[in-house]
Write a protein that binds this ligand. Structure first.
Ligand SMILES: Cc1cc2nc3c(=O)[nH]c(=O)nc-3n(C[C@H](O)[C@H](O)[C@H](O)COP(=O)(O)O)c2cc1C
Length: 185
C-alpha cells in the first residue's frame, strides 16, 4: 500500500462530522447504490453477513422512523441497520469475559457497526452528510416497522446533504491524544 493512499483515507475520515440538519435535496439513487455497495463488501465474523439494511426514503417510512426517534432529524434518507442475530457468528465456548458471564458471544453488533462505518465513509466521499444514531428505543422501532422474526435494529444512519446552517458540534474537534487510547507494548 503506498503512503498516498493512507493519507487520503485519513483525510476522508477527518473530513466527516455528524450532521444534524439536512437540506431537502434528495440523495441520488446512484449514491445510495454506492453507499449500499460499500456496506456489502464490509467484513463480518466468519463472513456470515447477518446485516439487514432497510432503506427508509418514502414519506411513510420516514414518518414512521421519526415517530420512533427524534434522532432521524430531517434527513431525506435513513438507513436502518439491523441484524438477523442468529445468523451472526457466535462463540459458544466463550462464557466469561473478565468476570461478566455470557451464554454466547455474538458478533452481530460488531458486524453491523463495520457495515455502518463503511457506509458512513462512503457517503462522506460522495459529499453527503451523515449521523450515526443509537439514541432510540428498540421497541419503538420494532413497533414502527414489521421486521421479520429475529431481526433486531442495531443503529440508524441518517444521510443527506447538510443544510447551509449545519455545522460540526464542539465534540467533533475533541479527540483524545493517542497516548490516552493506545498502548504500545
Ligand atoms: C455508536 C454511535 C452512536 C451514536 N448515537 C448518536 C445519537 O443517537 N444521536 C446523536 O445525535 N449522535 C449520535 N452519535 C454521534 C456522536 O455523538 C458523534 O460521532 C461524536 O460526538 C463525535 O462527533 P463527530 O461525529 O461530529 O466527529 C453516535 C455515534 C456513534 C459512533
Amino acid at each position: 500500500m503506498d503512503k498516498e493512499t493512507i493519507v487520503d483515507f485519513v483525510e476522508l475520515a477527518r473530513s466527516r462530522w455528524s450532521v444534524r440538519d439536512y437540506d431537502e435535496r434528495p440523495v441520488e439513487q446512484e449514491k445510495i447504490d454506492r453507499i449500499l455497495e460499500a456496506g456489502r463488501v464490509a467484513p463480518t465474523g466468519a463472513n456470515r453477513q447477518p446485516q439487514r439494511i432497510y432503506v427508509l426514503q418514502s414519506d411513510e417510512a420516514l414518518a414512521a422512523v421519526r415517530a420512533a426517534t427524534r434522532m432521524a432529524f430531517n434527513a431525506p434518507l435513513v438507513l436502518m441497520l439491523c441484524a438477523q442475530v442468529d445468523e451472526a457468528w457466535h462463540n459458544k465456548a466463550e462464557t466469561v469475559m473478565r468476570g461478566i458471564t455470557c451464554d454466547t458471544y455474538n458478533v452481530a453488533e460488531m458486524d453491523v457497526s463495520i457495515v455502518c462505518d463503511h457506509m458512513q465513509l462512503a457517503a462522506t466521499e460522495l459529499g453527503l452528510g451523515t449521523l450515526w444514531v443509537r439514541g432510540y428505543n428498540t421497541q419503538a422501532l420494532l413497533d414502527a416497522f414489521d421486521l421479520p422474526e429475529g431481526v433486531v435494529p442495531m443503529c440508524l444512519l441518517d444521510v443527506g446533504y447538510p443544510s447551509k446552517n449545519a455545522k460540526p458540534s464542539r465534540l467533533h474537534a475533541d479527540r483524545k491524544p493517542l497516548e490516552q487510547t493506545v498502548v504500545v507494548l
